[in-house]
Design a protein around this ligand. Structure first.
Ligand code: BEZ
Length: 251
């Protein structure tokens, strides 16, 4: 899994759209009292706690110890597990597995699918959403171009943004039936005049990795300048998010 030094305050503050959009998925999850549910990539745990309001027993799993400290502090009665989404296992199987805005960070995509399949009961539900094909393509291109112009280096983003056609076979190979899948644009408002700068600082570590420390801010400034033409509309910054959403079942 990609390692990030998450700024948990920014994550819950200026980037709280991660949590807000995750609520869209809760209807599809349709958690029931008494169920056992796993939230893969629970972050600071707000959605995990919301799922638990159904009366289900919900476990939050995340690779970031910093995020889990916040989750534990906010919801001390719940169970939080520090593990990678591509390397986890539980003794007791789950009725449903939920994951929002996490699986694009997991470089071992097949490992994650294998773990998710192993964690579910037969008939268990899978409700997941993450960045889909060409997600943040405009932003990533602007950052890449700025890096190339200023340092002559090439950079790769390292995120996993599959299409339906690329991801569905992986799920089926590991024993999932797919009931519905969507790939859709979701332009996402970023907060404030520095919204794009903050987004790139918080999330583009993979692209910026390897740059000299003094090169980072000029690269971000040049990328933001380029992005202003298309991503700054009526005084608001937008990230060109595209989501891959899948609802399935473990055979
Ligand atoms: C996303 O949620 O789509 C995303 C977030 C950070 C970096 C890349 C993608």
């Amino acid at each position: 899994m990609t390692i990030n030094n998450w700024n948990t305050t920014l994550y819950d503050g200026k980037h709280n759209f991660v949590t807000k959009y995750g609520e869209d998925l809760l209807g599809l999850l349709n958690a029931q009292a008494g169920e056992r549910i796993l939230d893969v990539g629970c972050g600071t745990g707000h959605l995990t706690a919301k799922i638990a309001e159904s009366g289900a027993t919900v476990i939050g799993l995340d690779n970031s110890a910093e995020m889990l400290l916040k989750a534990q502090a906010a919801y001390p009665h719940m169970t939080w597990v520090n593990a990678s989404a591509s390397n986890f296992s539980f003794d007791q199987p789950f009725d449903a597995l939920y994951s929002n805005a996490t699986l694009h960070w997991v470089s071992d995509a097949e490992g994650a699918v294998r773990c998710m399949a192993a964690a579910l009961k037969t008939g268990g539900r899978l409700v997941i959403e993450f960045g889909g094909k060409h997600n943040v393509g405009i932003i990533a291109n602007a950052v890449r171009q700025a890096i190339k112009t200023q340092t002559e280096q090439d950079s790769q983003h390292g995120w996993f943004f599959p299409s339906v056609g690329e991801y569905a076979p992986l799920l089926e190979k590991h024993g999932f039936e797919i009931n519905a899948a969507w790939l859709f644009d979701r332009p996402t408002k970023l907060e404030g005049e520095d919204g794009m700068t903050n987004w790139i600082r918080m999330f583009s570590g993979g692209l910026l990795r390897g740059l000299a420390a003094e090169a980072i801010e000029p690269v971000i400034a040049a990328a933001v300048q380029q992005l202003r033409a298309t991503q700054y509309i009526d005084g608001i910054w937008y990230a060109d998010y595209r989501r891959l959403r899948v609802v399935g079942r473990r055979n």
